[in-house]
Design a protein around this ligand. Structure first.
Ligand SMILES: Nc1ncnc2c1ncn2[C@@H]1O[C@H](COP(=O)(O)OP(=O)(O)OP(=O)(O)O)[C@@H](O)[C@H]1O
Ligand SMILES: *[C@@H]1O[C@H](CO)[C@@H](O)[C@H](O)[C@H]1NC(C)=O
Length: 369
């Protein structure tokens, strides 16, 4: 009998996912404080590692036991080959990559300042960029075959739309990372079953006066959406889940005060991430509308400052765990603490991937039980 299996994260029935978006090489320079212009300083640590939202999120998912396939583009240069090798070593299927003989692969300098815990990214886009014609080089039908969910980081929107249309035809769920408003993102979002956004996105996209109101607005604008999550950095995350069948007979409750009362139920002494859920409610936002569902507040893990190394890729780590939760059919009350734990583990090491946990980490399984 394998006793250790109790502590290993269970494999979902269908662990196949597909991701489309950015990959690249990150050069991470950790410095004691952010440099002044024209100064000369030294790093405390230096790391060269694969990066890019999609590369990172799929690495997170793969370490949790999913079987990710990645669609992206690199050039056949030193960086591009390193990106492919690193993803392969992490169990990500790279056979659907487009590799161009000419050009350069995407590249990011990241200054990680240990004083203020900031991570400043200087990105050089890859060339030539991905165009829908590139997708002819790969077998899209075979890439999507049997997948439970397709993830988009919002980049390379023209090609993303082609893939999203095919995923819709095949009734595969779609998760979109909405980091900031981008060209073509609005069209892509109409395909979304699930949206995970960064803290600034909801209000930037909807012009609502608060994040909870913005989430109601996003739900109303995207009728196919089942849930929307906004991460809030060290403050955790907020999620609005739609429940279509029930709730018309419910009395309307203001979404801001609902969220406020959830945050007040947080226990400040607990270090591990938790989730506080509302009952089924009709959430109203004046001047926007109302939606029936549940609101969740997920707290972040409390990381002692001596252990907080680098928040680069925290959002990607979180999304990798959300992809696992969708495949494993975890309810939101388990999904949010699980994803927050994975994201927090990633904050304890330099770079977007070094701290990502493996499915044998016994604490991971405890979040799903
Ligand atoms: N300082 C922190 N302490 C604990 N957890 C954190 C911290 N920063 C981020 N996290 C966790 O990571 C999740 C995602 O973080 P954040 O909201 O910063 O994502 P993001 O802005 O999309 O990040 P990135 O663009 O770097 O990937 C949060 O919901 C939280 O669970
Ligand atoms: C990349 O270039 C090398 C030679 O530098 C070649 O051997 C290899 O086949 C090329 N790979 C691809 C995918 O084109």
């Amino acid at each position: 009998m394998d006793l250790s299996s109790n502590y290993t994260l269970p494999l979902p029935e269908n662990p196949i996912i597909v991701g489309f978006g950015g990959v690249g090489v990150d050069i991470l320079a950790a410095v004691p404080s952010f440099p002044k212009p024209d100064s000369k300083i030294r790093t405390t640590h230096l790391k060269v590692q694969g990066g890019g939202n999609t590369g990172n999120a799929l690495t997170s998912a793969s370490r949790l036991g999913l079987k990710p396939r990645i669609i992206s583009k690199v050039a056949n240069d030193t960086q591009g080959r390193a990106v492919l090798e690193e993803l392969k070593a992490d169990g990500v299927d790279t056979s659907y990559f487009v590799v161009s003989e000419e050009g350069n692969s995407p590249f990011t300098y990241i200054i990680v300042d240990s004083q203020m815990n900031t991570r400043t990214c200087i990105h050089t886009a890859g060339y030539p960029s991905m165009v829908p014609e590139d997708l002819r080089q790969i077998n899209l039908l075979s890439a999507l075959n049997g997948a439970r969910v397709v993830y988009f980081d919002g980049r390379m929107h023209e090609s993303a739309l082609v893939i999203a249309e095919e995923a819709l035809r095949q009734k595969i769920s779609i998760l979109i990372d909405a980091e900031r408003p981008r060209e073509g993102l609005n069209d892509l979002l109409t395909f979304a079953d699930y949206v995970v956004c960064s803290e600034k996105f909801p209000q930037a996209w909807t012009e609502a006066s608060s994040i909870p109101r913005a989430l109601v607005s996003i739900m109303l604008r995207l009728p196919g959406l089942k849930f929307v999550i906004s991460t809030l950095g060290k403050d955790g995350c907020i999620m609005l889940e739609k429940c279509v069948d029930k709730g018309h007979q419910l009395e309307e409750t203001d979404v801001d005060s609902s969220f406020e009362s959830l945050t007040q139920r947080r226990g400040d002494s607990i270090a591990m991430p938790t989730c506080i859920a509302s009952p089924l409610t009709r959430f109203g936002a004046d001047g926007i509308g109302s939606i029936s569902g549940r609101l969740y507040f997920g707290t972040a893990e409390k990381i002692p400052s001596s252990e907080l190394i680098d928040t680069t890729g925290a959002g990607d780590a979180f999304i990798g765990a959300v992809l696992y939760a969708i495949c494993a059919k975890l309810p939101p009350e388990k999904m949010l603490p699980f994803a927050s734990y994975v994201a927090a583990a990633n904050c304890r090491a330099l770079g977007a991937r070094s701290g990502l946990p493996y499915r044998t980490d016994p604490l991971l399984a405890s979040f799903t039980q």
